[in-house]
Write a protein that binds this ligand. Structure first.
Ligand code: 5GP
Ligand code: ZN
Length: 114
């Protein structure tokens, strides 16, 4: 996806503050952090929303959660706790249409989110 912001980050065309990556996953700090730790974890392959997943993507989506747990350890927030979430479409609050898991921590999270 030529015009996708996060694909451009995967390609290295736009700088990203990368905290983790492997063959399938890239994770970088959110430009507008909502918590002391706020990382976005994305599949390197473009998928727009959760609605676009196929059964073949099950492993890939699992890898986002595995990466989140690894990054939480790395950032020192695993034991205290953290939040992961994926926004989908307009009412879900999705703004960037390349699936991304938010990892937030370093403060107490309210529930329910706004
Ligand atoms: P969404 O609302 O789609 O779930 O989340 C999009 C997230 O991407 C927001 O938290 C926003 O701050 C972040 N974001 C938007 N543009 C950029 C950017 O250019 N760089 C980084 N690192 N994060 C971005
Ligand atoms: Zn993309």
């Amino acid at each position: 996806m030529d015009e996708c912001l996060f694909c451009k980050m995967v390609a290295g065309d736009i700088p990203a503050d990368v905290v983790y990556q492997d063959d399938d996953v890239l994770a970088f700090r959110d430009i507008n952090p909502q918590a002391p730790v706020h990382v976005l974890i994305i599949p390197k392959r473009h998928i727009s929303t959760l609605n676009d997943l196929t059964p073949d993507d099950a492993g890939l989506i699992g890898k986002l959660s595995l990466a989140a747990a690894k990054i939480a350890q790395q950032e020192g927030i695993a034991d205290a706790g953290y939040r992961t979430l994926i926004n989908t479409n307009r009412e879900g609050g999705q703004v960037v249409f390349h699936i991304h898991m938010h990892l937030m921590g370093g403060r107490r999270m309210g529930w329910p989110p706004g």
